[in-house]
Design a protein around this ligand. Structure first.
Ligand code: SF4
Length: 327
């Protein structure tokens, strides 16, 4: 039985690596399935898979595995009835979710509502759909479709699994037995990891920052409260030129209302490490102007359409000794 559990656990992790989701061995079944005939193995394979990923000690794999498992859980949730989903959301995550029973026909499509703080804490991605201004508020709650609520839960499940994998704790696995499976995972992961296009670290050239970014950094360092759009632009710019979320957070630490956990959540979203997995770009110059963030310089910004274009142009000039000709 022990080997069967390890094998099933290994298959969960291998599937996350290969397919970015947990699929059944019979590929005909694209929808996730539970192996009812071997329920003990099925249940135990989950915590053992977490331990195997933990032993790998690789945050990238931890993230890939957590996403795959959360997608599987979301697929199961979609099949559940409304009451069961509410029960799971309230008991597992302590969210204030209820059925939207008091609705006019206009909002019929929104079967659920969630309280404001739970919504804000669990917004899965930075996209117009999830912005509060684009949501329907009803008696202090945000209205959600079933799909929305499942998506919020998927994100919370991912975070919870990730915490489990990354948490430092003493645990015991029969080492000789685990080693074989950890090696197998390592072999498989090596191949895929090298294919994942990680951005090459770039040497940061602060003197190539455009005036708009210099101004935002000065404001943050001076402890001024900068607008939401300004924070977004600054974080997105720094991430896109190769800074890590930790390095970006260091800069934001001087903000008067700095809250590490909220800021980390937002910066990781912008970096594409959470939610939609999209790495966001700062606004183009035209939009920077409309947000009042542009600090146009007659000489430096001539012909520039995007702050990143400014940066790369100047940074490569420095690298190649100003030999690049402007078109
Ligand atoms: S023109 Fe563009 S790069 Fe220059 S300051 Fe304005 S927004 Fe920044």
């Amino acid at each position: 039985m022990r080997e069967q559990i390890f094998e099933k656990s290994y298959r969960r992790v291998a599937s996350a690596i290969e397919e970015k989701r947990i699929v059944s061995r019979q590929r005909a079944y694209l929808e996730p399935r539970i192996d009812i005939e071997n329920l003990d193995i099925e249940i135990l394979s989950f915590p053992v898979a977490i331990l195997l990923v933990k032993l790998m000690d690789d945050p990238l794999l931890a993230s890939r595995y957590s996403i795959a498992e959360s997608k599987r859980a979301a697929a199961f949730l979609k099949r559940e009835n409304d009451e069961k989903i509410i029960y799971l959301a309230t008991t597992t995550f302590n969210w204030n979710v209820s059925l939207n029973s008091d609705i006019t026909s206009r909002y019929k499509a929104y079967a659920f509502m969630i309280d404001f703080p739970s919504y804000l804490k669990n917004v899965p991605e930075y996209s117009p759909k999830w912005k509060l201004v684009n949501r329907i508020l009803y008696k202090g709650n945000v209205l959600l479709t079933k799909q929305d609520l499942v998506r919020l839960m998927e994100e919370a499940i991912k975070d919870r699994i990730l915490q489990q994998v990354l948490k430092r704790q003493n645990f015991q696995l029969p080492e000789d037995a685990a080693a074989k499976w950890v090696n197998k995972i390592e072999e498989k992961w090596k191949k895929y990891k090298s294919r994942i296009s990680l951005r090459k670290p770039v040497k940061l050239s602060e003197d190539a920052y455009p005036p708009c970014i210099v101004s935002l950094i000065e404001d943050v360092k001076a402890g001024k409260n900068i607008s939401h759009a300004g924070r977004f632009v600054l974080a997105a710019f720094l991430i896109n030129i190769g800074m890590s979320p930790d390095e970006v957070l260091e800069i934001f630490k001087s903000s008067p209302d700095f809250n590490e956990s909220i800021a980390r959540y937002q910066v990781e979203h912008i970096a594409g490490l959470r939610g939609s997995r999209i790495r966001y770009s700062p606004f183009k110059c035209e939009n920077m102007k409309s947000y009042g963030l542009c600090r146009y310089d007659d000489v430096l910004c001539k012909g520039i359409k995007h702050p990143l274009q400014f940066y790369y142009k100047r940074a490569s000039r420095r690298r190649y000794g100003d030999k690049i000709h402007e078109n």
